[in-house]
Design a protein around this ligand. Structure first.
Ligand code: GLN
Length: 254
């Protein structure tokens, strides 16, 4: 059988505020990407960008922003808008991936409104988030998604993402915004809309912690293919990953 050709270059990831925006071990998402690249002989580079540090929009294939508590989000949001917003818009415009999880997802939108202030967002997607006095939306969650292929012209990839959510914010999609997926179990963006996350080309926001990628190996591979612009990756023995996914679906009840 013909071997899958190795991608020509390494996957280059920029981790935004990895020390601060890392609730629920979201760092595991980066570890998952690193491992799945390493197992296939694909290079992997991760660069951290913290407070006050500028970023080069052309130097990374995937920008990652994890979840955080309101106070940590506030700190990062002000810095994001001041020192990284323009570069992230430029990166998204040239087709780079930008993945935000929970608090990170909220900051991809226009802003996160608390009782007495609005934490500014990046405006990469047409969503806004309002902190609710109602119950936090907590629990296991599963959503059904449909994504384009590696180069977005290939066959759509349909699948279930399983994860865990815990957020006070309710995220409302603007008129032109498309959700990442449809809620099968759990709360999603608002607890009512039946929608979860957002996607605009390579910009993806979701409330799913888990961490997201270790629980959903197929989605990690989709991100790697999309980031590297390849249609195919060498197959891996995913027995354990598939079992974790099945267990996550089982506890979510789908
Ligand atoms: N602080 C945000 C909220 O409560 C996000 C929390 C998170 O990242 N889990 O809505």
């Amino acid at each position: 059988m013909a071997e899958t050709p190795l991608p020509q270059r390494a996957l280059r990831v920029c981790a935004l505020y990895p020390d601060v925006m890392n609730i629920y071990a979201d760092r595991g998402n980066l570890l998952m990407l690193e491992r799945r690249c390493a197992w296939r002989g694909i290079g992997f580079e991760v660069t951290a960008a913290g407070m006050g540090e500028g970023i080069d929009p052309a130097a990374h294939d995937l920008f990652y922003l994890g979840g955080g508590q309101d106070r940590d989000q506030r700190l990062c949001a002000l810095d994001l808008v001041d020192t990284k917003r323009d570069a992230l818009h430029a990166a998204a415009d040239r087709g780079a991936l930008v993945l935000g999880v929970c608090g990170g997802y909220q900051l991809l939108g226009h802003g996160y409104a608390l009782a007495d202030e609005v934490i500014p967002g990046l405006g990469l997607v047409d969503v806004e988030t309002i902190r609710s006095d109602g119950p936090r939306l907590i629990g296991n969650v599963a959503i059904e998604v449909e994504l384009g292929g590696g180069d977005d012209d290939a066959e759509p990839v349909r699948g279930v993402l399983a994860g865990f959510e815990n957020h006070a914010g309710r995220t409302l999609l603007g008129a032109d915004a498309l959700a990442l997926g449809r809620v099968l179990k759990g709360h999603g963006n608002t607890g009512r809309s039946g929608l979860e996350g957002v996607r605009r080309d390579g910009v993806i926001g979701t409330y799913l912690h888990g961490p997201l990628l270790p629980k959903n190996a197929w989605f990690a591979d989709w991100l790697i293919r999309r980031a590297l612009g390849v249609d195919e990756l060498a197959p891996l023995d995913d027995g354990l990953e598939d079992a974790a996914h099945a267990e996550a679906r089982r506890v979510a009840g789908v």
